[in-house]
Every structure is written in structure tokens, then in C-alpha cells.
Design a binder for this molecule. Structure first.
Ligand code: MG
Length: 248
């Protein structure tokens, strides 16, 4: 069942979203060669709690940390560890916050120092695939119009979208209906209506779209070990342009 949020609920989701955004902002200043992903995790948890929020991923289905940190060929759900970032890496950071019973969720992939130009393009196309799909995140379109535009854009740029993991509705649960795939035919699925809140999250691989899960049961990697990027925001459908809730 899709839940449609009242203006009052959107106000709280906006607050949760702002916490997600400022957590990302804080983390982006820490990213450099030499820092461990565990250090980023500790900083994120401290910061989220200092704002009055809770790290939504901690303990979710047993996830052992507050944020997901996925490096290079890791797509999503990487577990923070003592691994140190090094020059030329990319790191996808996914942050979820619960505040007053509502959730915000956003992810971004950062370069660590200098990265090669094809990887730079991967990051930029992933980001753009999100922003260009917002054209369809409006009343009158259907859900899969968003999905289709992401796939179409990403593939036109020579990259591939992950199929096994998708975006989602979000609100008083972190994962609500509907699922928001990053692929598919246009004109399908529910009509977009005011009050729908969605986490749209393109996951884009430089090589094959196929992925597999490592032995830790969490970390998802590309099957060919090509690099992967992730860009996610929580948005609200309104009467005009969608509102990106997890952006400062
Ligand atoms: Mg999400």
C-alpha cells in the first residue's frame, strides 16, 4: 500500500531530510586518502545523534553500522571497517536518519583525491541520471516513467543500471511501497500523486549490470568488479516540481 503524506508529515520529513543532507556535508569534508570507513561511521553516528536523530541503518536487519560505505566495485551495503581510503578510490556513502518517526535517505559517491576521467564520468552520469529523471517526478506521470528515464539516460552514456536493487517509497518506514526500479518500460505502475514520498536511487556500473553479494552477506559488488556509483535522494511529489527533501 502506498501512503500519501499530509503537509504536516512532509514538514517532519523535511527535517529528517535536512539531517541527512548535513550529515553528508560533514562527511564530505572528512573524505581523503588515509581515513578509514570506520572513522566516517563514528563521525556520522555522533553527528546524527547530536542533531536529535537516529541512524536509521544501525541494526536494520542486523546491519552493524550507522552508514553504508561502498568502495570502488562495491555497489551498496558496504560495512565500515578499518580499510583506509586511498588516492583514486571512489566511495559511496549511504545515510539514513529517523526523526520524530519519519525517515530520510540519501547516498552519494565521492572521489578520493584524483580519479581517472572515465570514473569521473561514471560519477557525473549517475548524479545526472537522478536530476534528469525529476522531469517525470510529477503528477500526471506514472512511476515507471522515472525508471525508464534513468535507464535510458545511463545506457545512452555507455553505462549500466543495477537491476537487483531498487529505490523505494519512504515515510514512517524506511522502505515502503512502491518499489522504484532504475529500469523498465515507461507508462506503467501507479500514477504519481501529491504526497507520495520516494527514495530514488540510481546505482550505475561501469561494466555489467550484474552484481553479487560477498561472504559478509551485506556487501554487494559488480560481477565483473568494474566500478559502481550510487546517487540517491528522498523526494516529495507535490503540485508542481518535486521537492528534494535530502538536499541542503
Ligand atoms: Mg534507499
Amino acid at each position: 500500500m502506498i501512503t500519501y503524506k499530509s503537509d504536516q508529515e512532509i514538514i517532519i520529513m523535511r527535517q529528517a531530510g535536512r539531517m541527512v543532507a548535513s550529515t553528508h556535508q560533514m562527511l564530505s569534508k572528512l573524505i581523503r586518502p588515509g581515513i578509514t570507513t570506520a572513522e566516517l561511521d563514528v563521525a556520522a553516528e555522533k553527528f546524527i545523534r547530536s542533531q536529535g536523530g537516529e541512524p536509521a541503518f544501525k541494526g536494520y536487519h542486523g546491519f552493524p553500522a550507522s552508514i553504508c560505505t561502498s568502495i570502488n566495485e562495491e555497489v551498496v551495503h558496504g560495512i565500515p571497517s578499518l580499510r583506509r581510503l586511498k588516492e583514486g578510490d571512489i566511495i559511496s556513502i549511504d545515510v539514513g536518519v529517523r526523526y520524530k518517526g519519519y525517515y530520510g535517505d540519501a547516498a552519494v559517491t565521492h572521489p578520493v583525491g584524483e580519479i581517472n576521467s572515465n570514473v569521473e564520468k561514471l560519477l557525473e552520469i549517475t548524479r545526472q541520471s537522478f536530476y534528469q529523471c525529476l522531469t517525470y517526478a510529477r503528477m500526471g506521470y506514472r512511476l515507471s516513467d522515472i525508471s525508464h528515464s534513468i535507464q535510458n539516460y545511463v545506457e545512452s552514456q555507455g553505462f549500466n543500471v543495477v537491476r537487483n536493487y531498487v529505490g523505494h517509497g519512504i515515510g514512517s518506514e524506511m522502505h515502503e511501497e512502491p518499489q522504484v526500479p532504475n529500469f523498465g518500460k515507461p507508462g506503467r505502475g501507479p500514477r504519481l500523486e501529491k504526497g507520495m514520498t520516494l527514495a530514488i536511487e540510481p546505482m550505475v556500473n561501469a561494466g555489467t549490470w550484474k552484481v553479487e553479494t560477498l561472504e559478509d552477506k551485506w556487501t554487494v559488488v559488480t560481477s565483473d568488479r568494474s566500478f559502481s556509483a550510487h546517487f540517491e535522494h528522498t523526494i516529495a511529489i507535490g503540485e508542481g516540481d518535486p521537492e528534494v527533501l535530502t538536499e541542503c
